[in-house]
Every structure is written in structure tokens, then in C-alpha cells.
Design a protein around this ligand. Structure first.
Ligand code: LEU
Length: 294
């Protein structure tokens, strides 16, 4: 295939949104990817760019207030609803009338579900990777994972939470232990993942929308729950999750149960980042799904 990498900014709702498009000459198979956080950046999703070698156009972007993109104009815009309208604008600008396969990871998976509930007529397929339909249920599951941590870390997490001291080094150490089990089970953090974490630290969106860390979700998305509406999604849907995922297998099962005909794939050696922890298998599963819907 002849692949051209195009990168720049699109003007969306009055701000600059950064995008990177792997465009395959003559192909009308489109994959649009949504990063998590909320407040992350597209960097850590870059393994998906490999799919362009199989004739799939792959679009990445940094959502409002994230990575290289501008902050939203209005502070009331830090919502999933605003995120899905931004995505629809971008889809129109890049792909016009063409349908897309939408892949969202983690918070991006929540955003992908929200988009599907409003705009599934533009979807060829939906992929929810380590994503969720309910923040309260996800948090409940994360609390269960904390209960299963070694006593030492469990006690530290609870102590500093009761003090509201989310920045204490001892607390951060325990948070990192949780991450080593349920966010990324690799000894070395890949460079693109590091870059995303750097952006999370530099920008304010993660704190505004999510909270101080992965399992303390007290930001603007804290009450979001569309589980009851999932039955309305009728496009082909793939759900993936890691066995040790912080967004747990139960969270994935809940989506799977409620979207008729959906397929669930569990990565046995992964936590939250199967695109790194089991890269080849992950890409194979995504590719196979895209082949099926086109
Ligand atoms: N922080 C998660 C992510 O990686 C999302 C959260 C809502 C579970 O995007």
C-alpha cells in the first residue's frame, strides 16, 4: 500500500485540534481512534498506526484540552457531550460522507459509546477497548481491586484518601503499585506512553474531568452512566479488555451483555494497555474485526 502520513490542526468549535492521519491511497476503510484519560493524548495509541499496512486509513487526534490541542473555549465544555460533537465535526472534515469504524480506549471507549448512541448512522463498526458504560460501576470495580491489593498498599491508600492528601509520596507510591498491576504490566514504560503521561501532567483536563488518579474519579464525568441505553446500539461491536484491567472484565461484560450480537475478547496477559502488553494479538483482533465489517 502507498501510505501518506498527514499531520496538522483542524479548526473545530473555534479551537485548534491536532490530528495525525495515516492515509492509504485509494482506501475507503477508515479507523478513527479515541484516546483515554480523559485528558491523555493520542501518543500511546500509536501501535494502531500499523493497521495502515493492511489498507486501513487510521486517524488519531488529541481531544480538546489534551496533548497538542487547545483548551476548550468554555469551561462548561469539559464533558462527554462536547467530546462527541467534536468527534463528529472532525469525522465530517476528514472523511465527509464516508462511514468509519470507531475505536475508543478507556475513557475513549466511553466517548465512543456516547457517539454511537447519537450518531451510529455514521459507524461501520464500534470497538470499545478497556472502556466503560458507567463511571460509578467502574469505580466500584476499582475499589474492589484496591481491596485485593497487599495490606500495606491498601492501608496507605485508605489513610491518605481519608486525609484528602492525594500528593503524598507514600500515597503516590501505592498508586504506582496499583498501576503496575492494573494499568500497564510492563517493566519499561514505552516512550509513547510516557509522552501521554507527560501531557496529562502538563494540562489540566485530566484533573477537571477525571480526578487526581485513575481510581479517584471525582471530575466532571463522575456520574456518567449510559448502561440502560446500550440496547439502542445495533452496529457491529467489538469489546476488548485485559484480564487484569483496572476497567475490569466485569465492566466489559456489562457492555457485552447489553449490546446484542457484540463480541468480547479478553487478553489474558494484559491489564489496561493491551496495545502494548499484547501488541501483536491486539492488532490481529482489531484487524480481523475491521475486515469483517468492510
Ligand atoms: N482513566 C481511564 C482512562 O484511562 C478512564 C476512567 C474513566 C476509568 O481513560
Amino acid at each position: 500500500y502507498s501510505i501518506n502520513v498527514e499531520e496538522g490542526y483542524k479548526r473545530i468549535f473555534g479551537i485548534n485540534i491536532y490530528y495525525k492521519l495515516y492515509r492509504v491511497k485509494g482506501s475507503n476503510r477508515n479507523l478513527v481512534t479515541l484516546h483515554g484519560g480523559p485528558g491523555g493524548s493520542h501518543d500511546y495509541l500509536i501501535p494502531l498506526a500499523d493497521l495502515s499496512n493492511y489498507g486501513i486509513n487510521v486517524l488519531f487526534y488529541d481531544q480538546f484540552g489534551c496533548g497538542r490541542s487547545d483548551d476548550p473555549k468554555d469551561t462548561s465544555d469539559y464533558t462527554i457531550d462536547h467530546g462527541l460533537e467534536e468527534l463528529e465535526e472532525l469525522r465530517k472534515q476528514v472523511f465527509g460522507n464516508d462511514k468509519i469504524v470507531l475505536l475508543g480506549h478507556s475513557y475513549g471507549g466511553a466517548l465512543a459509546i456516547a457517539y454511537a448512541l447519537k450518531y451510529q448512522q455514521f459507524l461501520r463498526g464500534l470497538i470499545v477497548s478497556s472502556g466503560l458504560s458507567s463511571v460509578p460501576y467502574t469505580v466500584k470495580e476499582m475499589r474492589r481491586l484496591i481491596e485485593e491489593l497487599p495490606d500495606k498498599y491498601k492501608t496507605i491508600i485508605k489513610r491518605y484518601e481519608s486525609l484528602g492528601d492525594f500528593k503524598n509520596p507514600e500515597y503516590l507510591d501505592a498508586v504506582n503499585f496499583f498501576y503496575s498491576q492494573h494499568l500497564l504490566r510492563l517493566k519499561e514504560m514505552p516512550e509513547p506512553v510516557k509522552r501521554t503521561f507527560e501531557y496529562i501532567g502538563k494540562r489540566r483536563t485530566y484533573e477537571i474531568m477525571n480526578g487526581p488518579n485513575e481510581f479517584t474519579i471525582i471530575g466532571t464525568i463522575k456520574d456518567w452512566d449510559v448502561t440502560e441505553q446500550l440496547y439502542k446500539i445495533t452496529v457491529p461491536t467489538l469489546i476488548t479488555v485485559g484480564k487484569y484491567d483496572e476497567v475490569t472484565v466485569n465492566v466489559a461484560q456489562l457492555i457485552h451483555k447489553n449490546i446484542k450480537g457484540s463480541r468480547l475478547v479478553i487478553f489474558e496477559n494484559s491489564s489496561h494497555m493491551a496495545m502494548w502488553e499484547e501488541k501483536d494479538k491486539y492488532l490481529e483482533v482489531i484487524k480481523e474485526f475491521i475486515d469483517q465489517v468492510y
